[in-house]
Design a protein around this ligand. Sequence first.
Ligand SMILES: Nc1ncnc2c1ncn2[C@@H]1O[C@H](COP(=O)(O)OP(=O)(O)O)[C@@H](O)[C@H]1O
Ligand SMILES: [Mg+2]
Length: 285
Amino acid sequence: MPEITVLPEDLQNRIAAGEVIERPASVVKELVENSIDAGATEIAVEILNGGRRLILVSDNGRGMDREDALLCFHPHATSKISKEEDLFEIRTLGFRGEALSSIASVSRLKITTAPSGSTLGVSLEVHGGEPREVRETVHSGTTVEVRDLFFNTPARRKFLKSPRTEVYHIVETVTVAALSHPEVAFSLTVDRAETLRLPAAGGMRERVLQVYGEEFLGGLREVAAGNIRALISEEGNFRSSRSNQYIFVNQRPVRDASLRHAVYSAPMIPLFRGTGTRYSSSTST
Ligand SMILES: Nc1ncnc2c1ncn2[C@@H]1O[C@H](COP(=O)(O)OP(=O)(O)O)[C@@H](O)[C@H]1O
Ligand SMILES: [Mg+2]
């Protein structure tokens, strides 16, 4: 008597979704990355009750036509790669086609989108992976609303922390996206209160100024080594934790010990203030 069964597809998806979507901040990360990949210059995020009740991300990116909007929820549906060679030349943040299908399988999701150049769009809902109604509507860009995250995966829901903690992770996620994409305007509203408002910035320094203020930026020195551009603390101004240290590779945040070590041990040339002296950023860890 065989004991193995292949799980039905919706259950497969719900289980797989756990790999991609761990908590509300993972939803924010995936949706914001999609907006960036869609060429958005403005991204607005709204949260209710730590993301349990609502996570909304709207953008002014290129949007989707009806056909794509109906397809984007399918597992492995992506516009970003189409053949094996593309894997070696990825220029977008996403490419696996897993995020929307994962989010849609563990929430009640609504997407409203219109292709650029048209205001006639569609709005469609998927609840726990089940497609619901599709309506024509007037829109520009894309808005994704995620309600009742993990309503059908009790184990995940149980592990959600307090709204305060979930909001902390969401703020961190939006901050990281904002630091790596200064040219994009971001806003974050938490329980109807504006928490972050970052207009499009002219570069990394201006974005750091917007996020951390003048005093923090004043304590940083801009340095360069090869392709590396960095803002690092002045000597004597080091912090005791890594919580405000970010490393980006091709505008992707990377947390990796060996990469961090490489950055710390690289001799860096100061770009501003003081010239000629080689500057090593080896302490402050
Ligand atoms: N905000 C958006 N604007 C325009 N298109 C989008 C947006 N979000 C998702 N899409 C489309 O839906 C597809 C699937 O998205 P996703 O599941 O995140 O997979 P991936 O980003 O890996 O391609 C994307 O490839 C893109 O074509
Ligand atoms: Mg994506």
